[in-house]
Design a protein around this ligand. Structure first.
Ligand code: NAP
Length: 192
């Protein structure tokens, strides 16, 4: 059987424990050898909404995953630059890991609009798509039936980056919502 690689695509502004639980759940469900976190450069639908710089978001991912030998972080989207399109992410990762079967893991809210993504029909031949949902949310049946998108319910995704940012901005605690090192990174660099 081909070796399997998970790709966590996201803005990670900031990365939080929900993302880490989702990656761990996906690794267990699909028998993934490694999971690569790929922070976006400039996310398509949110040019004015990203708060932290690419380098802060990348470094927070590095800090958050440092203790897990199966989790790695890629600069592929950031170094390519410009607007991040998943077709490019998948092609770049495939070049680096040609022998791996790819699983693209991201939020269900993002995947809902997948038919508007660049070259979307090609995406499904490059990777299996896994849509992570918060509790009580189901993905559209069409995504499963037409494109084979799987749903992964992750209760810890009740944590959200938006909430973490707002808490950090108003000096409310974010301990235990994000890894300790990320709390310290955010405080040290006054990221939010
Ligand atoms: P987003 O709008 O920031 O996130 C949508 C929802 O999904 C949020 O609830 C978010 O929660 C959650 N989420 C994001 N990444 C996740 C992950 N890896 N695991 C679990 N939940 C996740 O989405 P985005 O960050 O812009 O885009 C997500 C990915 O889809 C990126 O890799 C992006 O490049 C790709 N994408 C590609 C295209 C395209 O190719 N045209 C278009 C849109 C998105 P949090 O806010 O708590 O993270």
């Amino acid at each position: 059987m081909a070796k399997r690689l998970g790709i966590m695509g996201g803005t990670f502004d900031p990365i939080h424990n929900g993302h880490l639980v989702a990656a761990s759940e996906a690794a267990s469900r699909y028998n993934l050898e490694k999971v690569i976190f790929v922070p976006t450069a400039n996310s398509v639908f949110k040019h004015n909404k990203i708060v932290a710089t690419q380098e802060h978001r990348y470094l927070m991912c590095v800090v958050a995953t440092a203790a897990n030998p199966s989790f790695i972080v890629s600069r592929a989207d950031i170094d390519r630059g410009g607007t991040t399109y998943t077709i490019d992410t998948l092609q770049d990762i495939k070049k680096e890991y040609p022998e791996y079967e790819l699983f693209f893991i991201t939020g269900a809210d993002a995947v809902r609009d997948i038919e508007s993504w660049n070259e979307y029909e090609k995406l499904f031949s490059l990777a299996k798509f896994v849509a992570v949902t918060r509790p009580g949310y189901s993905i559209d049946k069409k995504l499963t039936e037409k494109y084979g998108v799987d749903q992964l319910q992750v209760p810890a995704m009740a944590i959200s980056s938006t909430d973490c940012r707002e808490r950090a901005k108003s000096n409310k605690p974010i301990w235990y919502l994000v890894p300790d090192g990320v709390v310290q990174y955010i405080n040290k660099h006054q990221v939010y």
